[in-house]
Design a protein around this ligand. Structure first.
Ligand SMILES: Nc1ncnc2c1ncn2[C@@H]1O[C@H](COP(=O)(O)OP(=O)(O)OP(=O)(O)O)[C@@H](O)[C@H]1O
Length: 234
């Protein structure tokens, strides 16, 4: 098991939890979708799993190792997290940023793989520009390419398609599927059913802070129906 949680309850204000009793099992080889209405608690849960939000009770374990809370340095062995608005350094180039993050993770950039990913995402010409001058989509590509290159056992993505063009969306579908097939796992939050039906094996439906249902994905309509049934809408 790459990631396992037991009874995770998280809050911003004590006595007012926004996620409750979350039990998850993330296995290698699979892509998972985290679905939920606005305010369901998706970002909070992903932040807890990534060891960015420390106000929680219960257990978060990566490969059997229990996290101690916020900023547990050991998580770098296990996960890379791309938030919905990734914090990048505007003065750096994407290449310098990737190099910097790889060093934090005790790794070096795999140049041939970087070249291949740049070609996949049409990113070659942006690699040496200033991040601060990049478009929204190209900033997102910087974070995504970096995450794919780091190849941590778990890649966590909060709404990964924001800002991407149609070509990049098709390409990221392929890259994320391949990422899991290499023995890793992907956990992504989304509001978009096409990504779920195209690349996800399981959908975790979060409603009012609780995982109400975990469904094996067999198609867009099936996931949509499960989602609306859980959240109580047609
Ligand atoms: N920094 C914060 N301080 C206090 N409350 C917060 C904070 N961030 C989120 N919340 C609250 O926690 C709850 C869950 O929010 P969260 O952002 O995790 O939901 P979400 O499912 O990611 O929503 P969305 O789909 O809109 O991005 C909401 O009620 C929100 O108002």
């Amino acid at each position: 098991m790459i990631l396992e949680t037991r009874h995770v309850t998280g809050w911003y204000t004590k006595h007012a939890p926004v996620i409750r009793q979350v039990n998850l099992e993330i296995e290698p080889g699979k892509v998972y979708a985290l679905l939920g209405a606005n305010g369901a608690g998706k970002t909070t849960l992903l932040n807890v799993l990534a060891s960015i939000h420390g106000q929680y009770s219960g257990e978060v374990r990566y490969c059997g190792e229990k996290l101690t809370g916020k900023n547990d340095k050991r998580v770098k062995r296990y996960r890379y997290f791309i938030p919905d608005h990734p914090a990048l350094f505007d003065e750096m180039s994407p290449l310098a940023f990737m190099d910097f993050v790889h060093r934090l993770y005790g790794k070096t950039v795999d140049s041939p793989r970087l070249a291949a990913l740049c070609e996949t995402f049409g990113f070659e010409t942006f690699l040496h520009r200033k991040i601060g001058a990049l478009s929204l989509g190209n900033r997102q590509k910087t974070a995504l390419i970096n995450g794919l290159l780091l190849e941590c056992p778990l890649l966590i993505l909060d709404e990964p398609l924001v800002g991407l063009d149609a070509v990049a969306i098709e390409r990221i579908y392929g890259e994320l599927r391949a990422y899991a097939q290499r023995g890793n796992a992907v956990l992504l939050s989304t509001h978009l059913f096409p990504i779920v039906s195209r690349i996800c094996d399981e959908a975790l439906i979060l409603h009012q802070g609780t995982i109400r249902e975990t469904v094996a994905v067999h198609g867009e309509e099936q996931v949509k129906a499960a989602f609306f049934r859980v959240i109580g809408h047609e």
